[in-house]
Design a protein around this ligand. Structure first.
Ligand code: ADP
Length: 457
């Protein structure tokens, strides 16, 4: 049909522009290693901030007692309480609750927001459960840009993700929360302030001593790993007894060697942060649907993909979500019925079998590139560790803990990521590298870090 004839070369062009053959992946992995080194050398040394987490003792399994976790990273916050019983008993009990933050508090004053959080925490602490009397210690997962100053303090650089709370930027967020708890007469304290990636690593490490890296692939993306302190020049020789610490890459800012298309460049130019977070914009959940939408719109306009007229809704930024791509890619019906209804429901698009097949190819192209680049990023981290300590990880079992809605809920993404890692590492080494989903490890991870950094001993 004329439809496929006109759009077919455009699909071929997209596939060429998004191709990630082994040499491209190798180059990305090597650039990731180089950027890690440069970021460890000096602040501002590369795209990667390589933020020191101050987490230099990891959970061992011996932790005992009642601990809390508080997770603030978006429009919901989660509270969690865990009773730890040590090596054999491990997690005796765990309870959690989710509280949504009222819209008006997202543009309120700092005191109002932290008072609300402190109250919700107190409600949770006092309801149900056998409250064992020890002072409540909290691991605080705070997923906004923070300049960490110690394990239990960090200055908010700026709010993101729709928060416009006045008076917090430039302040220590732990002090803000502790002061709110004082105002409310709550006898609880923050013992550890952590990023969500760091909490995920700690949570996974509790169950498995071989965990060295954690990666989040959700709306955004980030990674962290366990580094030797003598490999961190910017520490200037200040080592803790363990001589190891978790370093947060903030790898969404990586940008080298990525195969990008005109759709990526246009999306970036139209974004609120042009030129920033390029890796994140290529591989994370917030953007994959939008890249596909831009490619499909182009094919509709220039290649009559959906017939003579261009469906109006297809011009709306972000109408197509990454979950829609995933739903379409799970379609196993002969007439691609699900693809048809997703296209119709989200973008008002009337499609036939030929156009549905092209749509699926577009989704696959964008998702394959994303997942393979994420895999190359992981290999970049592993290679950096291995190069600095021969046989540190490749010669034995090493675990990469994965979490986030994109990884969890997009089977093709998972498969392409693992394939790329295996291609890069080769058959022998890849036997030793375990890429493992660590479901909701960050909640318990933060509570564990409160335990390992307990103020009461
Ligand atoms: P967040 O990263 O927002 O803290 P999650 O880790 O749960 O939270 O990730 C949510 C993101 O995961 C969504 O923004 C979306 O991009 C992606 N996602 C959610 N569901 C699916 C799905 N079914 N298929 C593919 N991606 C999904």
């Amino acid at each position: 049909s004329s439809v496929s004839v006109a759009a077919a070369p455009m699909l071929t062009k997209l596939q060429q522009d998004c191709a990630t053959p082994l040499p491209v992946l190798r180059n990305v992995a090597a650039s990731m290693s180089d950027d890690i080194r440069a970021g460890l050398a000096v602040d501002g040394g590369s795209d990667l901030k390589m933020i020191l987490s101050y987490v230099d003792s990891l959970p061992t399994g011996d932790e005992k007692g009642l601990f809390y976790a508080l997770d603030l990273g978006g429009t919901n916050f989660r509270v969690l309480r865990v009773e730890l019983g040590g090596k054999d008993k491990r997690v005796i009990a765990i309870e959690s609750d989710q509280v949504s933050i009222p819209q008006e508090l997202m543009s309120a004053t700092s005191e109002e927001l932290f008072d609300f959080i402190a109250s919700a925490l107190a409600n949770f602490a006092h309801k149900g459960g056998n409250f064992s009397g020890n002072k409540g210690e909290i691991g605080f997962t705070f997923s906004f840009p923070v300049k960490q100053t110690s394990i239990d303090s960090g200055i908010l650089i700026k709010w993101t993700k729709g928060f416009a709370v006045s008076g917090t930027a430039g302040k220590d967020v732990v002090a803000c929360l502790n002061e709110a708890m004082d105002r409310k007469g709550i006898d609880m304290r923050v013992s550890a302030l952590v990023n969500d990636t760091v909490a995920t690593l700690a949570g996974a490490r509790y169950w498995d001593d071989d965990v060295m890296v954690a990666v989040i692939l959700g709306t955004g993306t980030n990674a962290c790993y366990v580094e030797r302190m003598d490999c961190i020049p910017k520490l200037q020789g200040e080592f803790s007894p363990s001589r190891r610490t978790i370093v947060n890459l903030e790898w969404g800012a990586f940008s080298k060697g990525l195969p990008l298309t005109v759709f990526d460049r246009d999306m970036d130019a139209a974004s609120i942060n042009p030129g920033e977070q390029i890796f994140e914009k290529t591989i994370s959940g917030m953007y994959l649907g939008e890249i596909a939408r831009r490619a499909l719109l182009h094919m509709a306009e220039e290649g009559s993909l959906f017939g003579k007229s261009v469906p109006e809704k297809l011009s709306m930024p972000f109408v197509l979500g990454t979950p829609d791509l995933s739903t379409m890619q799970q379609d196993s019906t002969e007439d691609l019925h699900t693809v048809g209804s997703v296209l119709y429901n989200v973008a008002g698009v009337e499609s036939n079998l030929i156009s549905r097949k092209i749509v699926l190819e577009v989704c696959d192209t964008i998702v394959k590139r994303a997942a393979r680049l994420a895999g190359a990023g992981i290999v970049g981290i592993l290679q950096k560790i291995e190069e600095d300590t021969k046989d540190a990880i490749f010669g034995k079992r090493t675990v990469v803990a994965m979490d986030g809605g994109l990884y969890e809920r997009y089977p093709q993404y998972r498969r392409y990521l693992k394939e790329a890692v295996a291609e890069l590492l080769g058959p022998e080494t890849s036997q030793n590298i375990v890429i493992e989903h660590s479901k909701d490890g960050s909640g318990i991870g933060a509570a564990l870090l409160a335990a390992t950094n307990s103020k009461y001993g």
